[in-house]
Design a protein. Structure first.
Length: 278
């Protein structure tokens, strides 16, 4: 069964492909004709082959329309794969064929706040360091994807537990390794900026304090009988934000001066330092 969302975005795909073909031909060279390349076979071949053979008119407009067509097709595939979050479509896949009720109450969604944090990191990265801008861009992209999937899962059925399990079954195999890799990369990058800004002795103290705090919090989480996931996630988020803010501030301050000693010569004197006799 083709869901309504699939039919809508597939229609966008067909319309965008048709508009790209017309635009690519109409904006091309007329050649020996006077009909704006409508009768130019080479232009039609270029448009239909995506520019592989033959020419295309305005490349910018053609690429924009074809990009919109590609994104529409991608969204259509996702909608038909996840059954468009439609209760009737989900009921068709159920074992008993019973159609679940639509959910009205939605769970709290924190991804908009995470996306806002990513936007702030991008703005800071524009004036401090390109790496921070890239990190913010990755955070915004991941937040948008998670936000969309959470919105789909919240409306899948009338049971919040089923919706949560459905969402976790899809995203947990991806979230755990990706989040761990990104967290380690952010912490290493931010702490490296701190270590390069402060003195050598202060860098040792900062590293010891950070390691001690992380170890203490891990011990508390392991010993405590009951700690909700929200408390754990909030604590980890506060630590990551604090380390990232420290990295941004120290990156803006710049690294300390490194003094390299000149290599000694054969007579034990620094290179370039000659005695009076010599």
């Amino acid at each position: 069964m083709l869901t309504p969302g699939f039919r809508l975005f597939f229609g966008f795909f067909v319309a965008a492909v048709g508009a790209a073909a017309v635009y690519g031909v109409a904006s091309g060279s007329a050649g020996e004709t006077e009909y704006f390349a409508v009768l130019n076979v080479e232009t039609w071949v270029g448009v239909l082959s995506l520019g592989y053979k033959g020419g295309i008119g305005d490349h910018v407009g053609y690429v924009v329309l074809m990009g919109f067509a590609f994104l529409s097709a991608l969204v259509a595939v996702f909608l038909v794969a996840f059954r468009d979050a439609d209760a009737e479509s989900v009921g068709e896949l159920a074992a008993d064929g019973q159609v679940p009720e639509s959910q009205t109450d939605l769970e709290a969604n924190y991804w908009p706040a995470v996306a806002a944090f990513g936007v702030g990191a991008m703005i800071v990265g524009l004036v401090t360091h390109a790496t921070i801008f890239v990190i913010g861009l990755v955070v915004v992209g991941a937040s948008i994807f998670e936000w969309m999937l959470a919105a789909w899962a919240d409306r899948a059925t009338a049971d919040p537990v089923v919706n949560r399990n459905l969402r976790n079954r899809i995203m947990r195999p991806v979230e755990y390794p990706v989040t761990a890799a990104l967290g380690v990369a952010v912490l290493v990058l931010a702490l490296s900026r701190v270590f390069l800004t402060v003195s050598e002795f202060s860098a040792v103290i900062v590293a010891g304090v950070v390691a001690t705090v992380i170890f203490f919090i891990a011990v508390v989480f392991a010993v405590a009988p009951r700690i909700s996931r929200s408390v754990i996630a909030g604590t980890v988020a506060v630590i990551c934000v604090g380390v990232l803010v420290a990295g941004v501030i120290t990156a803006a301050m710049g690294s300390r001066d490194f003094h390299h000693e000149a290599p000694a010569s054969e007579h034990g004197q620094p290179a370039g330092d000659h005695g009076e006799a010599e």
